[in-house]
Design a protein around this ligand. Sequence first.
Ligand code: SF4
Length: 368
Amino acid sequence: MSDALHAIPNGQATPTQAGIRHDWSLAEIEALFALPFNDLLFRAQQVHRAHFDANAVQVSTLLSIKTGACPEDCKYCPQSGHYTTGLDKEKLLEIEKVVEQARAAQEAGASRFCMGAAWRSPREKDLTVVMEMVRRVKALGLETCMTLGMVDANQASRLAEAGLDYYNHNLDTSPEYYGEIITTRTYADRLATLANVREAGMKVCSGGILGMGEAPRDRAALLQQLARLEPHPESVPINMLVKVPGTPLENVEDLDPIEFVRAIAVARILMPASHVRLSAGREQMDESTQALAFLAGANSIFYGDKLLTTGNPQATRDRALFDKLGLHPERRDTCHDDDQRQAALEVALARRTSQDRHASLAYDATRV
Ligand code: SF4
């Protein structure tokens, strides 16, 4: 076990750089995965409490601004043009529609609005439009995030100039398993995009997908790659594969939920100050698994009915789960005006929670 872990204070929720490392060996990471479950979660909780309010969860909403017909061949993705999944292809959404959705997300309690487009990389004419989307969404007072495929240094700096706060680009899996999942872009391409994003001054959102038939060592290697990024990604989405009919991974064996929770805990330990997001796949998770994931250090979720093109737990169910677990939306660490706006959002969210409690307690059990 790393000395750095022993050195992490079991203190209060003040952000600190204590215990931040970028040199985790695969053997160290595999040793964390191999810990007794209770010991692993205890360590993850210690790390979590040293860096965050343990009961605060950052809430993001994700909108698909351009759906389907993607030229990439990611084997898990219903948006790939290589597979027949019955997904309707859509053009880039109009700016006004995006702003309308962002406003609705804000009213529902989201602090960050993420916009995703199924592109290999943005074309020039599209980049101009998405930059305007960033400006308009940001003007509402929301943090902005985009995922548009690969971006070069010039595209990254223009997005940053438009005010984009975060850029999402996942590593997906380990370098060793990557070729089994995607052949149309390389691991090095992905790392280059992340470097361009960082160089442009934006925050990095990068994680992966578990349950794609990878070996336990691949999960460790994925987390090692993420932890090697310097600085760590501010946001680390850990997705459970959503098996979509028509994709090559539709019949892959399920990953044990406990293994998934272990991965969340290890991600928390490796990247102590990052937001670890319980991301795609929550629709298929029962409340107990989600609660364990929060205990393991997940402190961010997507909130809303859709996660790009796959289902996401209904907002009312999320509010009920927050209520049951005593969780609350994380406040943005920003200026006083923004704090006031965020406080107003939390009041709105609390009001909705109360109004929806009765309905949410009677949610459709077949959906969990
Ligand atoms: S994951 Fe992204 S890049 Fe890959 S096929 Fe889907 S939309 Fe395209």
